[in-house]
Design a protein around this ligand. Structure first.
Ligand SMILES: Cc1cc2nc3c(=O)[nH]c(=O)nc-3n(C[C@H](O)[C@H](O)[C@H](O)COP(=O)(O)OP(=O)(O)OC[C@H]3O[C@@H](n4cnc5c(N)ncnc54)[C@H](O)[C@@H]3O)c2cc1C
Ligand code: FES
Length: 283
């Protein structure tokens, strides 16, 4: 008998297992999707997104913070900014959420193999880049040098700080942290400069010809970093930008996420800088 395919428009149920506060407005939610979702979710490629629904509130795009674990759970890092995210933050373990996806294009992992990777994250942009970083570190021998530069407004808003420092201390990657503003009590143990993310890139010597740069952060950051990376010698086809747009269907039907002739949910959210050159509103 032919097996009926699950519609991409219908969410799977996902139980909220636990939440861990990462900052005053951002938390990591561990969810356990129903068995029927696991095969689809195991195809998730870092950079893709899910449509997460919170009953009674609505549905929002979220980039998983890591791959599906072997025991079938997933981590979602969500900042409380409005209606849906507020209700999610109020949800208790045991709450039933909905998940559709994964959707969109992720980072070109095969093409990046053997090459150095430079990850540039600003603020909440660390979330999709964390899933990429975890993937690269698990496949460490298949990639060149891995460097993460991460900027936040202030130290207390820096997400995954201890985890990233531990990963760097283990030797698999280079880590550069910076904050726009630091109050006096900057506790040691990690390198944390005061300055903007593009400042970190300025004195950085790297193999620009071979490097793939993955960028995610607030909108003003993209234009600045693309210019700096290109000036350093990174080709625009190897500058990978994870963009955010308002989304509704997630599958190319509603045109809510249009970027010129492209749709962020189908053609992105990861785009090469070269693809966006003729679309002024993209960056
Ligand atoms: C591909 C993709 C991946 C994302 N991944 C994550 C993630 O991993 N973690 C996370 O916390 N957030 C992520 N976001 C952003 C998240 O989807 C929005 O914060 C969420 O939709 C806000 O819903 P809300 O109902 O709580 O806020 P609303 O009540 O709808 O809006 C509150 C405020 O947030 C602004 N806002 C709403 N949606 C967006 C958006 N898409 N882009 C920019 N501003 C917006 C509104 O203009 C308003 O100022 C992602 C967005 C996209 C497109
Ligand atoms: S969200 Fe509907 S077309 Fe992209």
């Amino acid at each position: 008998m032919r097996e009926l395919q699950h519609s991409p428009h219908v969410p799977f149920a996902a139980h909220l297992l636990e939440r861990k506060d990462l900052s005053e407005d951002t938390a990591l939610f561990r969810v356990s999707p129903e068995d029927g979702a696991l095969a689809t979710l195991s195809t998730f490629v870092p950079g893709q997104f899910l449509q997460l629904s919170v009953p009674g509130a609505g549905e929002i795009p979220i980039s998983p913070a890591d791959l599906l674990t072997p025991d079938g759970t997933m981590e979602l890092c969500v900042r409380r900014v409005g209606h849906v995210t507020d209700l999610l933050h109020k949800s208790k373990p045991g709450a039933v959420l909905g998940i559709r996806g994964p959707f969109g294009s992720g980072f070109p992992l095969r093409e990046m193999a053997g090459k150095p990777v430079l990850l540039l994250a600003g603020g909440l942009g660390i979330v999709p880049l964390r899933s990429l970083l975890m993937y690269l570190l698990r496949q460490r021998s298949s990639y060149g040098e891995i460097t993460l530069m991460y900027g936040a407004k202030q130290p207390k808003l820096m997400l995954f700080r201890e985890e990233l420092s531990a990963l760097a201390a283990a030797g698999g990657m280079r880590l550069y942290l910076t904050v726009d503003f630091a109050p006096e009590t900057l506790d040691g143990g990690y390198s944390c400069a005061v300055g903007l993310l593009p400042d970190l890139l300025k004195g950085f010597h790297f193999d620009a010809v071979n490097t793939y740069a993955a960028v995610c952060g607030p909108p003003p950051l993209y234009r600045c970093l693309v210019t700096d990376l290109e000036s350093a010698g990174v080709d625009a086809t190897r500058i990978l930008l994870s963009l955010e747009r308002r989304m509704r269907c997630g599958v190319g039907r509603c045109c809510h996420c249009a970027l010129g002739q492209k749709l962020c949910c189908l053609d992105g959210p990861v785009f090469r800088a070269s693809e966006l050159k003729g679309i002024p509103e993209a960056l």
